[in-house]
Design a protein around this ligand. Structure first.
Ligand code: PLP
Length: 381
């Protein structure tokens, strides 16, 4: 019904028709596990059990599909639950997968410690280098897993080119679109087969709910995901679905403000004497700037930078901010700061995914830019 509408109209209305019974403008939280049948098999709204389907979750799933330009959306208990379900649904033991060599740590762990025990093989490749990805393609390669921008170095992979390469080899393409959000980047339109999200981040947007999402636009893929969604059971509950949908309605305005603020801070940091390097795709000097400009609407709210005085100075800086809260996660309205080397990425120390020890990561929130600037200025000293 909202197919021809713009992003924010769909975010606010898709799957969210006023409740037919009461006219409630907001889809209610259907806190029920089961549904009365009118005679055996006589389902009133198609619902029989809330693992298989729940109206609050349906509202969220319809909206997710719409804002990603897909036909089918699935809401999960977490981003990792969504990822795990994709693997089981689309791959089999013995298959080979190419993953980014700087994938989100939890994604790397899922492949390295869980999926390999199930017989999956993977190669970690730098997705910024098409020749390197090509070199990793082998007989059993069934899937290329893209993440862009990446965490915490904000590397940019060319979705269109990688999708073309993967499809030539008969492999599917999954894009983890968590960092960009569907407002800034539409992987399905760029050739990806599956989009996955940690809705915990920008989509939920308020740091009050953990969730995941999968969106596809192919009937056969949708059937496989739908079957495993129910059969594996890592579904989003109705309260979580309600909160996530509440967040989605403001995704467009939030993302624009995240981007406005991040652009200002990236410029400021670039000119600061204590900053050695700023990683923000919106800066002309960023290696992925052109590709990001091609496939993203704007450059997002995440910034990483290296402290000129080394690891301890970076760690101390994280403890000195007052508006930026020291903490993991990202994508909420409040600004967060963290030290990847000792926090989010501590588990990859010594591996190929290790990050510079002097790196600081910012999730730039939607507070007043002047307050964020002043806070960084005082913390940098
Ligand atoms: C957080 C995150 C995940 C995992 O999602 P959870 O909701 O924490 O399970 C996956 N990918 C990226 C890029 C993330 O930032």
């Amino acid at each position: 019904m909202h197919d021809g509408h713009g992003f924010s109209t769909r975010a606010i209305h898709a799957g969210q028709e006023p409740d037919p019974l009461t006219g409630a403008v907001v889809p209610p939280i259907y806190a029920t596990s089961t549904y009365k049948q009118d005679g055996v098999g006589g389902l009133r709204g198609g619902y029989e059990y809330s693992r298989s389907g729940n109206p609050t979750r349906t509202a969220l799933e319809t909206c997710l599909a719409s804002i990603e330009g897909g036909t089918h959306g699935f809401a999960f208990a977490s981003g990792l639950a969504a990822e795990d379900t994709i693997l089981r649904a689309l791959l089999a033991p013995g298959d080979h997968v190419i993953i980014p060599d700087d994938a989100y740590g939890g994604t790397f762990r899922l492949f390295d410690k869980v999926a390999t025990r199930w017989g999956l093989r993977y190669t970690a490749a730098p997705l910024t280098d098409l020749a390197a990805v090509t070199a990793c393609m082998c007989e059993g390669t069934k899937l290329v897993w893209i993440e862009t921008p990446t965490n915490p170095l904000l590397n940019i992979a060319d979705i269109e080119q990688i999708a073309e390469l993967a499809h030539r080899h008969g492999a599917l393409v999954v894009v983890d679109n968590t960092f960009a959000s569907p407002y800034l980047q539409q992987p399905l339109a760029l050739g990806a087969d599956v989009v996955v999200h940690s809705t915990t981040k920008y989509i939920g947007g308020h740091s009050d709910v953990v969730g995941g999402a999968v969106v596809v636009r192919d009937e056969e893929l949708a059937e496989k995901i739908a079957f495993h969604h129910n059969a594996m059971g890592a579904v989003a509950g109705p309260f979580d679905a309600f909160l996530t949908l509440r967040g989605i309605r403001t995704l467009g305005v939030r993302m624009d403000r995240h981007c406005d603020n991040a652009e200002i801070l990236a410029e400021f940091l670039s000119g600061h004497a204590k900053v050695a390097e700023v990683r923000y795709p919106g800066l002309a000097g960023h290696p992925g700037h052109d590709v990001a400009g091609k496939q993203m609407k704007r450059y997002g709210g995440m910034i990483s930078f290296r402290h000129k005085d080394g690891e301890q100075a970076a760690v101390d800086l994280c403890a000195r901010t007052e508006v930026f809260t020291l903490g993991e996660s990202l994508g909420g309205v409040e600004s967060l700061i963290e030290h990847p080397g000792r926090m989010t990425h501590a588990s990859v120390a010594g591996s190929a995914l290790e990050v510079p020890a002097d790196l600081v990561r910012l999730s730039v929130g939607i507070e007043d830019a002047d307050d964020l600037l002043a806070d960084l200025r005082q913390a940098l000293g």
